[in-house]
Design a protein around this ligand. Structure first.
Ligand code: UTP
Length: 279
């Protein structure tokens, strides 16, 4: 059973400057809720209630968000504003939260390795909170992936088809179709130029990783951009054993940039806020 979910949240969020200068990107509100809260809700819905967050300098607001604010509780007790806190109270009562700091931002692979002491030797999920994933039709994306992990018992990565001109923003896979929307990964390239991309199947911010990934990350040299890339470690895992890529059901918004963030805001306003499901 997977219980742990790691949120690498130490990045600088440069695409969203100046908003992210003194505030974590993961705390950007989509309508009324910070990005990270959507991610933790998705994890809890998938049965993952041990939440680990890799933070960095200037990210204290993340810890304060997943804590009780006694002054606030006292202030709104018994008023109709209590409804605003129902969702966050549920997370606080049903999840545990642990934190570690990445002191040098050496990339996503390095951030995941930094989380190792919080995870230990068990399979775990990874959520990049700036990728907001929703599925109005059924199971959340992590729930879909946990089901697949229980069936295949190997690393599962979420992919989506992207515009071929945009492959240079993603890790891109090539694989053999082994089932509905399922590929066994053969090749993987970090941010390839469109002419070098092995496909238009791009890795997005949801992973289920088996713990052997930690040693593979340790052996990974800095790659594209001088960062330790998770894609390179995953490629080794795919060569040694098995990595499955899953074209998930639902929508994904890249909230690390203005365009996806605005789309997510409009979507959540229509589907959650206006319908009273936003708390
Ligand atoms: P991004 O590639 O989105 O980088 O990282 P970023 O720094 O957050 O944002 P931009 O590109 O400068 O605007 C993907 C995820 O990995 C985390 C980020 O916090 C984000 O959730 N990350 C990245 C780390 O935790 N540490 C790192 O060293 C790099």
């Amino acid at each position: 059973m997977i219980k742990k979910c790691l949120f690498p949240a130490a990045g600088y969020g440069t695409r969203f400057l100046p908003a992210t200068k003194a505030m974590p990107k993961e705390m950007l509100p989509v309508v009324n809720k910070p990005l990270i809260q959507y991610g933790v809700e998705e994890a809890l819905d998938a049965g993952l209630n041990e939440i680990s967050i890799v933070t960095g300098r200037g990210k204290r607001a993340l810890e304060d968000h997943f804590d009780i604010s006694y002054e606030l509780e006292n202030q709104i007790k018994g008023t109709d504003k209590e409804k605003y806190l129902v969702g966050i109270r549920r997370l606080l009562s049903e999840c545990s939260f642990s934190y570690t700091r990445q002191t040098e931002m050496k990339g996503l692979g390095h951030a995941i390795l930094t989380g190792r002491p919080l995870i230990g030797d068990e399979p775990f999920a990874v959520v990049l909170a700036d990728d907001l994933c929703v599925n109005l039709e059924g199971d959340g994306v992590l729930t879909q992936m946990v089901k697949l992990y229980n069936q295949y018992r190997c690393t599962i990565i979420a992919i989506q088809e992207v515009d071929p001109a945009e492959t240079n923003k993603y890790g891109v896979i090539a694989g053999d179709l082994i089932g509905d929307d399922l590929y066994r990964v053969r090749n993987m390239v970090e941010k390839p130029a469109p002419e070098d991309a092995p496909s238009n199947l791009a890795i997005i911010g949801r992973y289920i990783l088996t713990p052997d990934i930690f040693e593979l990350i340790k052996q990974t040299e800095p790659g594209k951009g001088g960062e330790i890339q998770i894609t390179d470690a995953l490629m080794k895992q795919a060569q040694n054993g098995c990595v499955i890529a899953y074209k998930f059901k639902g929508k994904r918004f890249d909230c690390g940039g203005a365009e996806g963030y605005i789309e997510a805001t409009n979507f959540c306003f229509e589907n959650f806020y206006k319908t009273g499901k936003a708390y």
